[in-house]
Design a protein around this ligand. Structure first.
Ligand code: CDP
Length: 221
């Protein structure tokens, strides 16, 4: 029996996770947030006082880290060496760290192995940067979401404001996203890029519901 694999890629703030979560609920399949895995590696490095760009240290972390994914009431929880870090990984510092560790091939190889294993075992909608190009090149459905930098920064800024009374300024959020866009697109190994056979959707002026409906209409065609 062949698995349903749906790949949703794109830069930060393009709306991937909101849409992927909804699609997973509607289709009754699992949502795998691969960014959470890179964030978890970054958290471990930061907690150990390491530079997230230090390839030797990060290779060592990748070889020894214990990352587990569990689903509670259909929601992904991620565990670092036995501790649930699902909330801890959502800080701006960890976002930048994740983009840095994601450049290091040993980190990617380790995480991609885990991602492919999950996609073999379950029907999934997976979001990230390299799902359609590298992790699941044979996925039946591939989408690439984009939006203007200002719109993506506004969405992320609103999210951070809603969650924390202390939050970075809009300018800082915009700069962090611009840094990650450049870092993620320019790395040598499995960069952020649109798969040739992916459907591109510009979400700048679309509501999440409109994007979800558009994706479902392509899947059900
Ligand atoms: O949620 P947001 O779009 O801000 O980021 P994320 O999906 O949690 O990913 C955090 C970082 O992990 C990204 O900036 C990428 O550098 C990296 N990442 C990656 O390289 N490949 C993936 N499949 C997923 C994330």
């Amino acid at each position: 029996m062949s698995r349903i694999n749906i790949a949703i890629d794109g830069p930060a703030g393009a709306g991937k996770s909101t849409v992927a979560k909804s699609i997973s609920r509607i289709m009754g399949i699992v949502y795998l947030d691969t960014g959470a895995m890179y964030r978890t590696v970054a958290l471990k490095a930061l907690n150990s006082g390491l530079d997230t760009k230090d390839a030797a240290s990060l290779t060592n972390i990748a070889e020894n880290i214990d990352i587990k994914i569990e689903y509670k009431s259909n929601e992904q929880r991620i565990f670092l060496d036995g501790t649930d870090v699902s909330e801890m990984i959502r800080t701006p510092e960890v976002s930048i760290g994740a983009s840095n560790v994601a450049v290091i091939p040993a980190v990617r190889i380790k995480l991609v192995e885990l991602q492919r294993k999950i996609a073999q075992e379950m029907d999934v909608v997976m979001d990230g940067r390299d799902i359609g190009t590298f992790v699941l090149p044979n996925a039946k459905y591939k989408f690439f979401l984009i939006a203007s930098l200002d719109e993506r920064a506004r969405r992320r800024y609103d999210e951070l404001c809603a969650k924390n009374t202390e939050h970075p300024s809009f300018e800082e959020v915009r700069n962090d996203i611009a840094y990650r866009d450049k870092n993620d697109s320019s790395r040598a190994f499995a960069p952020l890029s649109k798969a040739k056979d992916a459907i591109e959707i510009d979400t700048t002026s679309l509501s999440p519901q409109e994007v979800i409906e558009l994706i479902l209409s392509k899947i059900n065609k």
